[in-house]
Design a protein around this ligand. Structure first.
Ligand code: TPP
Ligand code: MG
Length: 529
């Protein structure tokens, strides 16, 4: 007899699911049993459900398709929350499945019961519960469509008795191509503003990975500079004359102040505060929620590709202002000069400086690689000093959760086994999800983790100093990360002196197994904030 749990697996497989990330527990044991009875979907067991949710996010960030994570009821479900919130704030499609107590015990004092729909309500596009075996297939279909259509996490709880019920006769769902996306907004006013502007700058977000040619064509047509948003740092080559440097606390390209029109294309709200007041703003976004009314934008919402197609069709621009073109080129060149000048800066007492590190990284990172970033002060250094050659960068853009970097990297590596995946993290961030090193070794994932270890939560320390507070609670007790990595079965390396940095990184980059490089960096870097 086939169970509902087995049917769920069949449905997910028919929708294209290749992996499920999670950790077992009572309410989902029937699902675990069903996973063991099929080969189409691989189970990736994680050390913590937060790791499972972030790994699913990492996978979905590189594939653009819904990834799936599971957890048991109560504490298991709760442990997923941070990763699901990340997907919600950054517009990442996920299907989140949680176990639940039997239907007869819902809303009771049963062990581990919590109202999981209420728990996930603020961080999902849809949160619901299977209540009858007959509707299971339809409910998954609705959630899947919503996850793709709105690019958002959707959550379903499965009471254990439903999972164990005999499967009803059901047709596997086919997701018909979603209806042609309608475009909401004022294209004519956008065209008029673009026609009138002489000094445009485009800020392109992570969605631009899939249609970077269109973004670039529009930039050429308009004579616009392009600033890659945080989630899009790698989309365009830093050597391209049109591509200005990263935008963030560490560096605001001065030319931004001279723009007479800023065009956000699928970027994250992270970039919004850096926009000079009074400059007319155009926003082209996938979802209405991302329209930032405080910028008083003229906006178009919907399928970004179609919107760009319409702008290209209407031949907006076409006579780029030559003076602006020269200024853009000069700005790009002067930025590269700054980074070149900084690259030799040593740390105090001949210690390693982050600048030296980024200069080496720029030379050594393979083009076809993925870089998963954690959050910290080093992230701002990355924004400033990373010179992209087209690598893909993934980051918790707007949720900005410490600890996301390692599981992002593991999920991305599972989805893209042919690519090299690097995780760039501080020691503080790594400690949040350190246990997933075990997952990396267990599944032989050859990810390279680079720790910029300054022994402190530098970002928070510097914020306190800037606000004239006494830095407190900002020291990090760093264990021997290389030793921990070795104990997990990984290659662990530690480097303290500048002269050892290149050879250690070379050794790590040649490794074909999970590798952790702990780089002790000078903590006295200039602060940006
Ligand atoms: C879960 C979570 N807790 C706290 C923070 C606040 N926070 C942001 S960056 C940071 C410091 C990160 O330290 P580390 O990884 O060592 O990087 P560093 O700033 O030293 O470069 C903290 C505490 C956060 N973003 N997420
Ligand atoms: Mg630190």
């Amino acid at each position: 007899m086939e169970t509902v749990a087995q049917l769920i697996l069949k449905v997910l497989s028919s929708l294209g699911t290749k992996r499920i990330y999670g950790l077992p527990g009572d309410a989902i044991l029937p699902l675990m049993d069903a996973i063991s009875k099929q080969d189409a979907i691989r189970f990736i067991g994680t050390a913590h459900e937060m790791g499972a949710a972030f790994m699913a996010c990492g996978e979905a960030r590189v594939t653009g398709l819904p990834a799936v994570c599971i957890a048991t009821e109560g504490p298991g479900a709760l442990n997923l929350v941070n990763g699901v919130a990340d997907a919600y704030r950054d517009g990442i499609p996920l299907l989140v499945l949680t176990g639940q107590v039997e239907t007869g015990k819902l809303y009771s004092n049963a062990k581990q019961y919590i109202d999981q729909q209420a728990l996930f309500l603020p961080i999902t596009g849809m949160t619901t519960l299977f209540t009858r075996p007959e509707s299971v297939v339809d409910v998954i279909k609705v959630a899947w469509q919503k996850a793709i259509g709105d690019s958002i996490p959707c959550h379903i709880s499965s009471p254990k008795d439903i999972l164990l019920s005999p499967a009803p006769v059901a047709e596997l769902p086919t997701i018909s191509p979603l209806a042609p996306p309608s475009i909401d907004g004022d294209i004519s006013s956008i065209v008029a503003l673009l026609e009138a502007s002489e000094r445009p700058i485009i800020i392109a977000g992570k969605l631009a990975y899939s249609f970077k040619e269109k973004v670039y064509r529009l930039a050429e047509q308009l004579g616009a500079g392009i600033i890659p948003g945080q989630g899009a740092r790698g989309v365009f080559s830093a050597q391209d004359q049109r591509v200005l440097s990263g935008l963030g606390e560490a560096h605001i390209p001065p030319i931004l102040r001279e723009a007479d029109c800023i065009i956000f294309i699928g970027s994250s709200p992270y970039e919004h505060p850096f926009i000079p007041k009074e400059v007319p703003v155009i926003q082209i976004e996938q979802r209405l929620q991302l329209v930032d009314h405080s910028l008083r934008p003229i906006y178009a919402v919907g399928d970004i590709q179609s919107i760009l197609g319409k702008l290209l069709e209407r031949s907006v621009g076409k006579n780029p202002n030559l003076e602006w073109q020269e200024k853009l080129q000069a700005s790009q060149k002067s930025f590269l000069d700054i980074i070149e000048a900084e690259k030799g800066d040593a740390g105090r007492g001949n210690s390693i400086s982050v600048r030296q590190f980024f200069s080496l990284l720029n030379q050594m990172l393979p083009q076809e690689s993925i870089i998963a970033l954690d959050i910290g002060e080093f992230t701002h250094w990355f924004d400033r000093a990373f010179l992209s050659r087209g690598q893909q960068v993934i980051i918790s853009e707007y949720w900005r959760c410490m600890g996301a970097g390692l599981p992002f990297g593991l999920g991305a590596q599972l989805a893209c086994p042919e690519k090299r995946v690097f995780v760039l993290t501080g020691e503080g961030g790594l400690l949040v999800t350190l246990q997933e090193m075990v997952t990396a070794v267990r599944y032989s994932l050859p990810v390279i983790v680079i720790i910029l270890n300054n022994g402190q939560y530098a970002l928070e320390k510097h914020k306190m100093q800037k606000a004239a507070m006494e830095p407190f609670g900002v020291d990090v007790y760093s264990p021997d990360f290389a030793g921990i990595a070795s104990a997990c079965g990984a290659l662990g390396l530690r480097v303290k002196r500048p002269e050892e940095l290149r050879s250690t990184l070379e050794r790590a980059f040649q490794s074909n197994r999970f590798t952790v490089v702990d780089i002790l960096v000078d903590e006295s870097v200039p602060m940006f904030l």
